[in-house]
Design a protein around this ligand. Structure first.
Ligand code: ADP
Ligand code: MG
Length: 270
């Protein structure tokens, strides 16, 4: 994409710690058309992005997946990394992504009913596929998969937001996140909401991590009640369940599940 391309920003999509994401269209009359999602970093310069070790994992992901289609990898990476300047001329980083029509899983869970098995299967397939590519081909762990970092677009799921990406030593976190998000989907929006309100942190509460841990533990306990078994046993049985449905489920995905579950048991997690 040529550098002189300018974007007209539209709806705000997200306000993050590192930057703000907008929906955008190309402003100038040009042959390049379409809609994009643009993430403006608050105070990161392109120079910092290309040189600092803080961004090395993101660079690794973006470079390795630059010429791949997100519909194939299920990982949404920038199609362009631009330098923009404010009125004072200070350079800042702007990432241009393809705009995914749809919503994130957090919004999907606003629909109160329990998702059907078809949707659950698709989630398992798509996210484990995204993890396979990320872990095996890029050799990076995401470490921040939650309901706002998974997009649901045209019936499929896509992993976004690589700002917390780490080395493969942190791969266990991806397994835990997978169990947590899958559990919320299995439960459905109404109950997730209820649990979230029950465990809502007080205004003065600074220990958000313990709130999240309580929330996840209760979500998993309820899933266990409904499905008649421990959530980890349930997830452990998924490769079999999915194989019976003739679902495209690769060896690595099976292995990942097999690796995740005993790990949970060994660590005595809830
Ligand atoms: N390519 C995209 N297409 C459509 N919506 C997006 C896209 N990327 C991000 N979003 C929306 O913007 C939100 C924030 O994006 P994200 O990359 O997670 O940044 P942050 O968490 O730093 O705010 C997401 O939860 C999602 O709803
Ligand atoms: Mg995010």
């Amino acid at each position: 994409m040529p550098e002189e391309v300018r974007f007209e920003k539209g709806t705000l999509l997200g306000l993050g710690v590192e930057g703000v994401t907008y929906q955008a269209k190309i402003k100038s009359a040009t042959s390049v058309k379409g809609e994009y999602a643009i993430k403006d970093y608050y105070d990161v310069t392109p120079d910092q992005f290309y040189k600092s070790t803080r961004f090395s994992r993101q660079r690794q992901i973006f470079e390795r997946l630059a010429d791949k289609n997100y519909r194939e990898t299920h990982l949404v990476v920038p199609m362009a990394i631009n330098e923009v300047r404010n009125h004072k001329g200070t350079p800042r980083l702007e990432l241009v992504f393809p705009l995914l029509k749809g919503k994130n899983v957090s919004s999907l869970l606003k629909e109160k009913s329990r998702p059907d098995w078809e949707l659950i299967q698709t989630f398992i397939h798509d996210i484990l596929h995204a993890y396979r590519v990320l872990h095996q081909e890029v050799k990076v762990a995401h470490t921040d998969m939650h309901t706002q970092n998974v997009m649901f677009s045209e019936g499929r799921f896509y992993l976004i937001d690589f700002t917390r990406a780490k080395g493969l030593k942190e791969i266990r976190r991806d397994g835990e996140d997978f169990v947590n998000v899958l559990s919320q989907l299995l439960l459905g929006g109404r109950e997730v909401d209820e649990i979230s309100q029950k465990h809502a942190p007080e205004v003065e509460d600074t220990n958000i991590a313990s709130y999240i841990a309580e929330f996840n533990a209760e979500v998993q306990a309820r899933v266990g009640k409904i499905y008649g078994q421990n959530i980890k046993d349930y997830i452990y049985s998924l490769p079999e369940k999915i194989a019976q449905k003739n679902f495209d489920y690769g060896q690595y995905q099976k292995e990942l599940v097999a690796v995740i579950v005993p790990h949970f048991q060994a660590n005595g997690n809830p």
